[in-house]
Design a binder for this molecule. Sequence first.
Ligand code: SF4
Length: 309
Amino acid sequence: MQASSYNKFSQHLRQTFGQRVQKLPLNAGFSCPNRDGVLSSLGCIYCGACGAASPLLDNLPTLKKQFERARQALTKKYGNCKFIAYFQAFTNTYAPVEELKKLYDEALSWDRDNIVGLAIGTRPDCVSDEVLDLLADYAKRYYFWLELGLQSSHDRTLELINRGHAVAQFANAVKRAKQRNLRICTHIILGLPGETTEEMLATASFLNHQQVDAVKLHGLYVLKDTPLAAMYGRGGYIPLTFAEYISLACDFLERLSPDIIIQRLTSDPPLNTLIAPQWMLDKFKILNGIEQELARRNSKQGEASLLGS
Ligand code: SF4
């Protein structure tokens, strides 16, 4: 655990590589079984047309063009740095393994000096043993992260948000990935419809008992043309306020084991389709708010988990 108030990914990367390393987002044009009709054609109730793709990509047609655009933008912002090729949008293991291998190999070949790692975002029900074996092969040769969406440790919530998988499938995927020594990052959302504060914080405790290495946390936001937008429109969903998110994120961090790396506490809602809440666009203010609140509490990540609560 670092001296700072939470276990920051940027610090972990600096310790590992001795310099700044940035994730470089890619959209390989995958679909998702929760959108293409295999499980559902609706998707998770909050899933927008871009499937969590980074605004950096801006609908660029080829992976190579996306890479060049993102590299340019990241270098402009951060100066010289190394990159992790991050297959981010939709479900990035949802294809035959030969096809996956071709895409991952292509991304890793663009700049062998500066692309130092690979990160693959997917669903826990889309990682067969065959896929995990493929990923394990990359993990032997590259710095590697498997990112699994979970969002909540409560099956009732997963049903309500139409995730199309259960918590047990997540636990099973983690177990099989860990048998292959893969680093695992889990995505969690605060402010999901119907969840109480206690339920959200129970998800932190649940993660402490899974073999996850990192967490990405953000608040739920409402995008145009989603089932959540319809729910919001008829008053059936009220987004978290800025103050509520700051307080909940700090509560969550306090309950989370200090060994778990925090990859993210904010999100990148697409500006043109974001309905609410607008405060989510100000990442700097959110991160500052969390730091200040933890300082005000004289607290840090794991403070409550260490006390056994
Ligand atoms: S799993 Fe991801 S891509 Fe699939 S519907 Fe849910 S949010 Fe969208």
